[in-house]
Ligand binder design. Structure first.
Ligand code: IDP
Ligand code: MG
Length: 151
């Protein structure tokens, strides 16, 4: 069991639709521990850095325009297998394909408005966390409910 960090973004559509609490709440309720949180206005440079694997993709210009169009909320969650756990809560990239019970499957309709980002590997979790948060902005705190969530 590896303790990982994942960077979660409530994308601009989630913020505009008033779904920040709903999106983060589902990940929080899964049992992952919140260790960092802020609101961010993404710019082109940040979009290119965050989505470095996608800058050559045909959808990148649209993605960049969307992600910079309005503020987003960035959060870091920590826990055993945090990356996969969060991805499972998020659902498939295309909301039409995402299972019911997932964030995208319940709240989204369009791949270009899929509400939430989550890191896709532990390495990406570390890399992306460092893009959005200074080390001192990540809080190491003892959660009193820990033993009721993780054996
Ligand atoms: P992920 O967010 O599930 O990890 P990625 O393949 O990493 O999915 O793509 C990053 C983001 O780029 C997606 O969440 C979505 O917002 C956007 N995206 C991916 N593929 C397409 C597409 O075919 N059309 C429009 N947007 C796309
Ligand atoms: Mg991805």
């Amino acid at each position: 069991m590896s303790v990982e960090r994942t960077l979660i973004l409530v994308k601009p559509d989630g913020v505009q639709r008033g779904l920040v609490g709903a999106v983060l709440g589902r990940i929080e309720q899964r049992g992952l521990k919140l260790v960092g949180l802020k609101m961010v206005q993404m710019d082109d440079a940040l979009a290119s850095r965050h989505y470095e694997a996608h800058v050559e993709k045909p959808f990148f210009e649209g993605l960049k325009a969307f992600m910079t169009s309005s503020p987003l909320v960035a959060a870091v969650f920590e826990g055993p297998n945090a990356v996969q756990a969060a991805r499972n809560v998020m659902g498939a990239t295309d909301p039409v394909e995402a299972a019911g019970g997932t964030i995208r499957g319940d709240l989204g309709l369009d791949i270009g408005r899929n509400l939430v980002h989550g890191s896709d590997s532990p390495e990406a979790g570390e890399r992306e966390t460092a893009i959005f948060f200074e080390p001192h902005e990540l809080i190491a705190w003892a959660r009193d409910s820990e033993r009721w969530i993780i054996e």
